[in-house]
Ligand binder design. Structure first.
Ligand code: GN1
Ligand code: MG
Length: 355
């Protein structure tokens, strides 16, 4: 089956080895190695991305914009198949696409130091900044309402209504936590309904492993562009706060290891603001720190909702996995809130400076 796909992309299967690659929760990713040029082959999760053609359409638009405006930027776009399509559909209705593997690049799953955080944040900021004159509304919403907190909250309420009694009992403390932090939802609603923040081209998945680094720890470009669509700056900033500040991620079961690293916070501020500092509005700057609360809270709600729904969205490895992830994110949220005052000082200090 994989052989057929390689052939469709014009690759001779006998010349390549294919191995699982990376650590994403949604798409299935393989590295295709051999013959001087390596590739990334990816099966799109069509339960999540219901219209894979829209992703391909968005990437084509962006690619031509980058080619004409920033020809030196390494925009990692899918390669056409022999028939000129960016998606190859199998008999089973699965969609595959192929990317070039950028020579000399590497990805990391955990931030090792400030420089890495700075570089990643700089790349995500640079990406949105380079697209400031590109009309974001040309892009399709590949996931409608992806970071709509109000909708996530409503989905959570529905899940509570439909959940099994035992799931509800097990998650009683976390359900309470959702309501403890209700002000985050109120602030979000206010921000959105008053149209206070501009729509920009946003990546929407700013985990560290969506950055390519060179061997000197310099950021090269952003990857994993499926969720690049119109959105708000707080999605990218907030998800960096959520995934960079703590030395351990959402999989960690020992919550004493969840910590807030203020030096990493500083590096994220400086990195993101390196380019975006020039175009962010005053309101966006005001809500910079709020972004972290918003995205950690949203992720906690999403994991909890999936637990209540009997794990229909995120891949799980053990019973109660999504509940552990939700607890982990609430622990992170509470620690983030404890550092808020300090963040304000650091954010003020970070603006305008480089690392
Ligand atoms: C998913 O595929 P991955 O692991 O990069 C999810 C993100 C969540 C993340 C939580 C399309 O991202 O929104 O923040 O898991 N992507 C989608 O780990 O739902
Ligand atoms: Mg990813």
């Amino acid at each position: 089956m994989l052989n057929k796909i390689l052939v469709a992309f014009g690759l001779k299967p006998s010349q390549y080895t294919v191995q699982p690659f990376g650590s994403g929760l949604i798409n299935y990713t393989l590295k295709v190695s051999g013959n001087g040029q390596d590739y990334i082959l990816q099966r799109i999760n069509v339960n999540v991305f219901k219209a894979p053609d829209q992703i391909a359409g968005n990437l084509t638009l962006l690619q031509s914009y980058f080619n004409s405006t920033y020809p030196d930027y390494n925009f990692v776009a899918p390669l056409p198949s022999l028939t000129g399509d960016y998606l190859v559909k199998t008999d089973k209705g699965e969609y595959y696409r192929l990317f070039p593997f950028v020579k000399g690049s590497r990805t990391v799953d955990f931030i090792s130091d400030n420089k890495e955080a700075f570089e990643a944040a700089r790349q995500f900021g640079k990406f949105t900044c380079m697209l400031k004159d590109f009309d974001a509304n040309q892009l399709k919403y590949t996931l409608t309402d992806f970071h709509n907190l109000k909708l996530r909250f409503d989905q959570f309420k529905t899940a509570c209504q439909n959940a099994r009694e035992e799931n509800l009992m097990e998650a009683a403390q976390e359900v309470k936590e959702v309501y403890n932090h209700y002000t985050i939802l109120q602030q979000y609603n206010q921000l959105i309904t008053n149209n206070q923040v501009p729509v920009r081209v946003i990546h929407h998945d700013t985990k560290i492993n969506n950055i390519l680094f060179d061997d000197k720890q310099n950021g090269l470009c952003v990857i994993d562009l499926d969720t690049v669509m119109p959105g708000y700056f707080f999605s990218d900033v907030g998800d960096m706060m959520r995934t960079y500040l703590s030395p351990v991620n959402e999989e960690e079961q020992d919550f004493s290891k969840i910590q807030i690293r203020e030096d990493i916070f500083m590096a994220v501020c400086k990195g993101y603001m390196a380019d975006m500092g020039k175009i962010l509005t005053e309101t966006e700057k005001q809500y910079f720190i709020f972004s972290g609360k918003l995205m950690i809270y949203m992720q906690a709600i999403r994991f909890l909702t999936d637990f209540l729904n009997n794990d229909i969205y995120y891949e799980t490895k053990y019973p109660g996995h999504n509940l552990v992830r939700a607890k982990n994110q609430f622990d992170l949220l509470n620690k983030y809130l404890n550092s808020e005052k300090q963040f304000e000082l650091l954010f003020a200090k970070a603006q305008g400076n480089s690392l």
